[in-house]
Design a protein around this ligand. Structure first.
Ligand SMILES: [Zn+2]
Length: 491
């Protein structure tokens, strides 16, 4: 049997979704076809709700509503509903009339998601009112879908502030039951909104959506959309931005996510080349380890707005390449700084991906498994660059504190401090001694191993300064970086 389109109740269903209390009374459902009501119930769109405490009098013709009172039946001893009536004194109410059916909005949200084949997060943003349904590729880009009920309620002017997810989504699409949001408070006049009463349809097997219509109606082109199509990474369902690692090379990136690795050339990613501002911004993020510094007072509002716009465009581009739910880059509240949720660094296969400025920003820790964990915490003021609106003009706009910590764990062999079988070289052994002794060792001032170790560490970390200081009077070498070990003393 084919899917016959069912109409009568469907329209009432969408209208009722807009109500603060989205449910039907038994009286209201009397007017729908019983098999239609049964189908909505069987599919779960309607579920039994608490009985009505108020009902319309059917003992007279006035149509007045009264609170139901429960009166004990003298014969059966059971309580039975009774409706007072000024006209006829009142009459018992058929308990079936007090039954009510609530619309299961969560289930409806889930059905919308299934119907559109969305991936990523399904979650209520405002329970019972706004849902994040997930995302999919549609009309040339990845789009985040939201289900919004009550978009015309009096509190709508605060609704969008309470739903930053929508605001922050690179390409949101909003589905409403019947009433699209209106008014100035609705920032995103350009955000496509669809009425489910128009695009949704209940068939005998459930809810279907006219996805082709939605695809045709969403705007295809926006600012920062590359002319050519952009390659995308095969993201598994439920993947999070913080699981992604991006390594930036000269004209490519390497993306790693859940054991899958792929290299993308800049052209594949829709970047115009080395001069592309979004590509430059990505490189800036890589060079500072994923977080820009806080905004300095010397930065003009115009530059700050430019940066904000560029970050927003980069976010959109990343969302096209990596169909992962949520934000890839967030603003750090109250600082004007931006932080990548994913890990990003420069491709320094022979070195730390985000070179620090100074040795005292580094901490080396010998882990229990023998690897060396290098953490860089930058407390010091440093300059970062952002890219000005004017092409090619790079301005050092900020000098401020960087809060981030970048940690990488290395095998001694990777650091070049052990031979192929993992036995530490004399420099490697020396590093372990430093880590296990809290950073102080008695050695000659011209100790060759120590000087070679210093050179190796300078190269690895990309810092010019000396990682060790020598006190001739005490013949004591001190590491400028912090030394820790989770292992025993050197045997
Ligand atoms: Zn009456």
């Amino acid at each position: 049997m084919g899917d016959r389109i069912v109409t009568g109740l469907a329209h009432q269903f969408w209208l009722r979704c807009e109500h603060a209390e989205p449910l039907f009374s038994a009286d209201e459902l009397q007017w729908a076809q019983p098999e239609e009501v049964e189908r909505f119930r069987a599919l779960g769109f309607l579920r039994t709700a608490a009985m009505a405490t108020r009902a319309v009098c059917d003992a007279c013709d006035d149509g007045h509503a009264e609170d139901v009172v429960w009166i004990r039946n003298a014969q059966t001893g059971l309580l039975a509903p009774f409706l007072p009536c000024p006209e006829v004194g009142g009459a018992p109410v058929n308990p079936e009339r007090l039954q009510r059916w609530a619309i299961d909005l969560d289930l409806t949200a889930g059905e919308l998601r299934n119907q559109m084949g969305l991936v990523g997060h399904l979650a209520p943003i405002l329970p019972g009112r706004v849902w994040s349904l997930g995302r999919r590729h549609l009309a040339g880009r990845f789009r985040d879908f939201f289900f919004v009920c009550g978009a015309t309620w009096p509190d709508t002017h605060t609704l969008w502030d309470r739903c930053r997810y929508i605001e922050d989504a690179p390409s949101p699409v909003i589905l409403v039951p019947t009433r699209p949001p209106g008014g100035d408070s609705w920032r995103a006049k350009s955000v496509p909104v669809f009425r489910l009463a128009d695009v949704g349809c209940f068939t005998e097997s459930g809810l279907t959506l006219d996805l082709a219509y939605i695809e045709d109606a969403v705007p295809r082109d926006v600012y920062a959309m590359p002319a050519k199509s952009v390659s995308s990474f095969p993201v598994t369902d439920g993947a999070m931005w913080d699981e992604l690692r991006i390594t930036v090379r000269e004209t490519a990136i390497v993306a790693d996510l859940r054991g899958t690795s792929r290299e993308f050339g800049t052209e594949e990613l829709g970047f115009a080349g080395a001069d592309d501002r979004l590509w430059q911004l990505l490189c800036v993020f890589a060079s500072v380890g994923g977080q820009t510094p806080a905004r300095n007072t010397s930065v003009s509002d115009k530059d700050a707005i430019t940066l904000r716009k560029q970050v927003s465009n980069l976010r959109q581009r990343l969302a096209m390449i990596f169909p992962i739910a949520g934000d890839s880059i967030r603003s750090v509240h109250g600082t004007g700084a931006y932080r990548c949720i994913f890990k990003i660094g420069l491709d320094r296969r022979d070195g730390f991906p985000a070179p620090p400025e100074r040795w005292d920003e580094c901490r080396f820790t010998e882990l229990r498994d023998g690897r060396i964990s290098i953490a860089v915490k930058s407390k010091e003021v440093f300059a970062a660059r952002t890219i000005s609106e004017e092409p090619q003009r790079r301005t050092a706009i900020e000098a401020a504190e960087r809060a981030g910590v970048r940690t990488e764990d290395y095998d001694l062999r990777v650091l070049g401090l052990a031979d192929q079988s993992g036995v530490p070289t004399s420099e490697g052994r020396l590093l372990l001694e430093f880590l296990r002794s809290g950073g102080k060792l008695n050695r000659r001032g011209d100790d060759k191993d120590l000087l070679r170790l210093a050179q190796r560490l300078r190269t690895w970390m990309g810092i010019d300064g000396d990682p060790f200081q020598f006190s001739p009077s005490r013949r004591l070498w001190s590491a400028v970086f912090e030394c820790q070990s989770h292992r025993a003393k050197v045997p």
